[in-house]
Design a binder for this molecule. Structure first.
Ligand code: F6R
Length: 259
């Protein structure tokens, strides 16, 4: 079962997860981080600025979960731009060690396999940050995605495009296709850390953690992984049946265990 940590605010979640990432990087200076985009991981990236103060990050490696297909990589909402702006520059990471799937149309047929090879060559991902879509996607693995899937091109659902319209000038500007790590790729990471905030994520979180394991709710794939931490605020935890048990477990957890 995933460890579920219910925190009062998104900032508290950010501090908790940033501390874990800093611990990892101190222990392993060339740690491989799995990076998510969207709104959810921003408190983690913000907290990392302080948590990584004085830590040598020059060898840290990273792989983003996904990218829009056909969007100019220089577009401010391409995930390449977002990762550079929100993660690489503020944390002082080496841009050459931080990878984002190549969503350019030219060569897109081989981009998924190339990304898989790059992750394998890095020795796999140590800690994978995940947000969750209101339709239960992780990465951009929309409902119906195979649990064995690898990095490939997918079509975004109408709901995901509507959810992400806030980042673009007009809803129609949201690309229809993306290239995303597969559920099989994500499950290969050594530690999954899924974050969710707000009432809009409550149903998806409950389904992912406590519902049936089903491709109809791709995030339920986390139940197949031996080391998962789910960090949610009260609103996102609202539909969890065993919330009291998660709170008791967390309150009694010895500090030495980490996440
Ligand atoms: C982003 C990603 C997506 C988002 C999800 C939630 O790299 O893979 O799964 O995590 O769409 O988005 P936000 O955080 O904006 O609610």
């Amino acid at each position: 079962m995933a460890e579920v940590v219910i925190v009062p605010t998104a900032d508290a979640a950010g501090a908790l997860v940033a501390a874990e990432i800093a611990r990892l990087v101190r222990a392993r200076p060339d740690a491989v981080l799995g990076l998510a985009t969207g709104s959810t991981p921003l408190p983690v990236y913000a907290a990392l600025r302080e948590a990584l103060t004085g830590v040598d990050v020059s060898h840290v490696r990273g792989f983003a979960l996904d990218e829009y297909v056909g969007l100019d990589p220089r577009h401010p909402q391409s995930y390449r731009s977002v990762i550079r702006r929100e993660v690489v520059e503020p944390l002082g990471l080496d841009p050459d060690r931080i990878h984002v799937p190549d969503g350019r149309l030219d060569g897109i047929e081989g981009a998924g396999d190339a990304y898989e090879r790059a992750i394998a060559a890095a020795g796999g991902v140590d800690l994978q940050l995940l947000g969750i879509g209101s339709d239960g996607h992780i990465g951009f693995n929309e409902p119906g995605s195979s649990f064995a899937s690898r990095t490939r091109v997918k079509t975004l659902t109408r709901q995901t495009r509507a959810d992400n319209a806030r980042f673009f000038d007009a809803p129609d500007d949201v690309p229809r296709h993306c290239i995303t790590q597969g559920l099989g790729t994500i499950l290969d990471a050594r530690h999954l850390v899924l974050l969710a905030f707000g009432a809009g994520k409550a149903a998806a979180v409950a389904g992912a953690v406590e519902g049936a394991v089903t491709a109809s709710l791709p995030a339920s794939a986390i139940q197949l992984h031996p080391h998962v931490t789910v960090v949610v605020d009260e609103a996102a935890a609202a539909e969890l049946r065993y919330a009291d048990y998660y709170r008791e477990t967390w309150d009694a957890k010895p500090a030495w265990q980490g996440l």
